[in-house]
Write a protein that binds this ligand. Sequence first.
Ligand SMILES: [Fe+2]
Ligand SMILES: [Fe+2]
Length: 331
Amino acid sequence: MKSRFYRPLSLACISPTYFPDIALFVRNSGNYILYKNHDRKFTEADQHRLARTNTQFLYVRSGDMDVVTEYLEQNLDTLLARDDIDSGAKGTILYQTAANYVTDVFDEPGKTADIIRCRNLIRHLMKYVAGHEDALKALQAITSQNYYIFTHSVQVAALMMLVHDRLFNLNQDEMTDVGVGSLLHDVGLVFLSGNLLDTPEALTAIEYHKVKQHAQKGYEHLSAAGTLGEVSLTIVRHHHEKYDGSGYPAGLKGDDIPRSAQLAALCDTYCAMTTNRPKHTALPGKEALRIMEDEVGSSFSPEMFERFAAVVERKGKARKLSLIPSHTAAP
Ligand SMILES: [Fe+2]
Ligand SMILES: [Fe+2]
């Protein structure tokens, strides 16, 4: 499914001198116009010029994306350690790289086997969301793009890690499993409809449960790959269960729904509501929480909702709740 011919790349990711020699495009009224050819270097002058005109994204041909992804993943440590890149831009680079990974996985589901790549990204993401108070702010830049399902996956992963970091004392491996499962939670969609993912309606369709099998299909695919941990698989399979048992695929009820899956449902809903989608303007976080509160008891556990809301409302300033010792907290 290589129909997405151009892929967006945030300007923050394009570092003069290091960036590979590929053609870059700008988008103007829906058309892609060549900005520079592959035989010309991207310079600091380019960077300043584009920043001056408020250009946030350049576009690359999808055929060149492998080179870009390799560049970003190989240079992630260096890029994230550089002093001349601010925290917001670092977040954008990281989220963009994660979104590229998810796009790759949807293009070639066999790549889910490349779990090392995924774990490496999650470790970076984890460090970023744990260390930056405004970690979710940089997500706004990448979610402004059209490929909802990929950026949505990154959003859910970042929020899940933030919530788990603030609420529980998980070790690094457990946190990685939470991140991997969250990043791949909707991967089953790829088996359901070839063109769904190319439409902006993708997220709306999931929301209205037109594509109910995606949770089970994703689980089956990933468990067959044999590289994902139990917690990751649980998130993929059970993120649409509801507290009153009316969810899918297993119709689990109450606290039979594993904790990580309950939080995934909360993060999934919250991310969808606070993002611009077709026929749906992003709601402010407070408003989304208020609407979600009406579903406490039906969709969400009262206790989980309260803990989730405490983290989200304090915008990452919440501290770990000592009343949840990690040894009793089954993920
Ligand atoms: Fe889903
Ligand atoms: Fe989702």
